[in-house]
Write a protein that binds this ligand. Structure first.
Ligand SMILES: O=C(O)C1=C[C@@H](OP(=O)(O)O)[C@@H](O)[C@H](O)C1
Ligand SMILES: C=C(OP(=O)(O)O)C(=O)O
Length: 428
């Protein structure tokens, strides 16, 4: 590591009163792109997120035969014929590695998949086994991980399939997104420990219904998608509410007021749970004509929260818990050991390195009040580790964020946006 890779997180020594505009949601953008690629005509994805994960998705769909014009803020997608051999780079994007293979089964070419070194550790085996059961020719070395290839025959039989989706809700979303294009549709039954991140499956179901696809989700742990046309629709992408996390946590950590513009009145995004979580820390939450306003308290309370449904919020919540005046328990998130890095291990190591009293548990973290100090915060190529680092850095002088550019996974120029709100001279 060179010192160039260390970004001094802005320390905030005054109370701020700021409003931020956030880029679009990764999860909504990548669902819209996938459905647009199998739709019955061209679509527009308005205010699409332009970030590494969404550009990788656009490149994957282009490689498979669609035309994606990502040159402006509104992206156009023209579905093409899936008739070619292709190579898909998944980077570190779970949505690309999980959502694209079920569509590749419709191709008449051989589609090979690989990604960043850590992506070879992230689970995909359940989807590969499920695809085989649905009639897809999957070629891998039996490890249930990248790299692998899908040799399409142009059609997929589909039907009923049982999976264990306790490691990731994306296993279910992936099969549902492709399901309507399969001859028999798809009937996915989950058997195993509870599925995490259920709001993300609700987001998938809502996206399918918007595209005219019939989905029956009336039984717990079972989702049936009827075969049929995926109608082309124009989508408007909401701001990314999980990426609102560090900005709203900034208010909590520094007793400031932060407004996130255009907070949706109703949404399937996991980040909406921030309203409740930040209230538990002692923040005051208010909807204004501009968006959602959070006012941080004078002293942060500790929290006891189950984050099973909203695991991607854990790094920012852990950063606040490390700054709190009371003890905290974060539970229900064993599955985030399979995210961009082992987030429980990484958070315990890095927050601990800055003086936090933090213990890893089987399914979360336990934190007790401690005085934090500055130092290097390693990010493990994980955008949300960088988010945790800057939140601590706002409250504690001298935090150096390693590789802040890793935030580009889901947020263009995060460091610039963070500087603009935290540095008085940076504000317009
Ligand atoms: O479907 C999606 O867009 C996502 C689902 C969740 O994955 P897991 O179920 O693996 O946690 C979430 O954490 C991830 O950031 C995005
Ligand atoms: C888990 C995450 O990403 P992915 O879509 O790569 O799974 C995340 O963004 O927190």
């Amino acid at each position: 590591m060179t010192t160039d890779d260390l970004w001094p997180a802005p320390h905030v020594s005054e109370r701020l009163d700021v409003t931020v505009d956030l880029p679009g949601s990764k999860s909504l953008t990548n669902r819209s792109l996938v459905l647009a690629a199998v739709a019955d005509g061209p679509s527009v994805v308005r205010r699409a997120l332009r970030s590494r994960d969404t550009l990788l998705m656009a490149a994957a769909l282009t490689a498979l035969g669609s035309e994606v014009d990502a040159s402006g803020p509104d992206w156009t997608v023209r579905p093409g014929v899936l008739d070619r051999d292709a190579a898909v780079d998944c980077g570190l994007a779970g949505t690309v590695m999980r959502f694209v293979p079920p569509i590749a089964g419709l191709s008449t070419g051989v589609v090979s998949f690989d990604g960043d070194p850590h992506m070879r550790q992230r689970p995909i085996g359940e989807i590969l086994t499920a695809l085989r059961g649905l009639g897809v020719d999957v070629r891998d070395d039996g490890r249930g991980a990248l790299p692998f290839a899908i040799a399409g025959t142009g059609t997929v039989r589909g039907g009923r399939v049982q999976i264990d989706a306790s490691a990731s809700s994306q296993f279910v979303s992936a099969l549902l997104l492709a399901g309507a294009t399969y001859e028999q549709g798809v009937d996915v039954v989950h058997e195993g420990k509870p599925v995490p991140s259920l709001p993300h499956i609700e987001m998938t179901v809502a996206a399918l219904r918007r595209h005219g696809v019939e989905v029956d989700d009336s039984d717990a742990n079972r989702w049936q998608v009827a075969p049929g046309v995926v109608r082309a629709v124009d989508d408007l992408i909401e701001p990314d509410l999980s990426n609102a996390g560090p900005f709203l946590a900034l208010a909590a950590a520094t007793g400031s007021s932060v407004t996130v513009r255009d907070w949706p009145a109703a949404t399937t995004q996991a980040g909406d749970a921030l309203r409740e979580i930040l209230a538990a820390f002692g923040c005051t939450i208010e909807r204004t004509t501009d968006g959602l306003r959070v006012q941080g308290p004078d002293r942060l309370a500790g929290v006891d929260v189950d984050l099973h449904d909203v695991g991607e919020l854990t790094p920012v919540v852990a950063a606040l818990a490390a700054l709190a005046d009371g003890p905290s328990v974060l539970r229900g998130v064993a599955h985030i050991r399979h995210h961009e890095t082992d987030r429980l291990r990484a958070l315990a190591t890095e927050l601990g390195g800055l003086g936090a009293d933090v213990t890893e548990t089987d399914d979360g973290l336990a934190l007790r009040p401690a005085t934090l100090r500055g130092g290097v915060f390693h990010t493990y190529a994980d955008h949300r580790m960088a988010h945790a680092a800057v939140v601590v850095g706002a409250a504690v002088p001298g935090v150096l964020v390693e590789d802040v550019a890793t935030t580009a996974k889901t947020f263009p120029d995060f460091a610039g946006a963070w500087s603009a709100v935290t540095t008085p001279s940076g504000r317009g």
